[in-house]
Design a protein around this ligand. Structure first.
Ligand code: HEC
Length: 235
């Protein structure tokens, strides 16, 4: 009897008194797959951050995981979704956010380990800093594009840490192309955003940044023009 009481007391302490499981989402099924796909390239043994590769090591981080992803600090993609379409988009989808949120709120259960997926293969998180064969055009708010260019990617160049800034191209016909909207820039996680399809900017296009004065970006452009030579900073 005494022995049973001790055992019971121990396991209650380990599980935690208020972790009542109220979700069907489990680590073994949904969360492990999500973390392997979206977080493992950094959060693994030998990666750039602490490991989140097993239930045992991830469980203590549950609350922090929810907070980081809802605040959009993790994974560090830094571009607001829906503003510019990027083929290397690494931001979590709304559904993925809900899986994480439900799992954490529902008591972060493990589930049956027999459903665990095989461990992920090592994957590259960072795409090349600049696309091969593209010219580079550095832009600030007010920059005028003097010759037509076809923009394949954009990257923060010298952007203030913590800056939230929208970059838009205003074409001479009055149409706008959203280029990127950076949220709380962290230079440690600076990356190049590759457009789904090239963004055509005719001569006379003006770059608008809102708010202004936070720094510069680089556009990577292809086409028959030599953009770097034909573009000047307007201010
Ligand atoms: C590009 C690499 C990278 C990716 C991808 C990434 N992280 Fe991180 N994460 C980091 C780094 C670096 C830190 C800081 C590590 C440290 O302080 O040891 C961090 C910190 C964290 C923290 C701790 C924050 C704190 O200090 O409280 C959490 C929680 C976290 N990440 C969760 C996630 C989750 C969940 C994912 C996937 C959805 C993810 N991360 C994807 C690199 C990454």
């Amino acid at each position: 009897m005494f022995r049973i009481a001790i055992l019971f007391g121990l396991s209650a302490a380990v599980i935690g008194a208020h972790d009542i499981i109220t979700t069907k989402i489990t680590w073994s099924k949904e969360m492990s797959r999500l973390v392997y796909k979206r977080c493992a390239m950094c959060h693994r043994d030998g990666g750039s951050a602490f490991s989140l590769m097993s239930y045992e090591v991830a469980r203590p981080w549950a609350k922090a995981i929810k907070e980081e992803v809802l605040e959009r600090r993790m994974p560090p993609w830094q571009a607001v979704k829906g503003f510019g379409e990027f083929k290397n988009d690494r931001g979590l989808t709304q559904e993925e956010l809900e899986v994480i949120s439900d799992w954490v709120e529902g008591g972060a259960p493990e589930g049956d380990p027999q459903f665990l997926p095989p461990p992920p293969k090592p994957a590259e998180w960072l795409d090349p800093a600049s696309p091969a064969g593209a010219g580079q055009v550095d832009i600030a708010g007010g920059t005028k594009i003097d010759a037509p260019i076809s923009v394949v990617a954009i990257r923060p160049k010298s952007l203030n840490k913590g800056a939230t800034v929208q970059v838009v191209a205003m074409r001479p016909d009055g149409t706008f192309a959203p280029l990127v909207w950076i949220y709380q820039f962290n230079p440690d996680f600076a990356r190049t955003y590759y457009y789904q399809s090239p963004v055509a900017l005719p001569a006379g296009t003006e770059i608008l940044m809102s708010p202004e004065g936070n720094g510069t970006f680089s556009l990577f452009a292809v086409g028959d023009s030599a953009p770097a030579r034909k573009t000047r900073l307007a201010r």
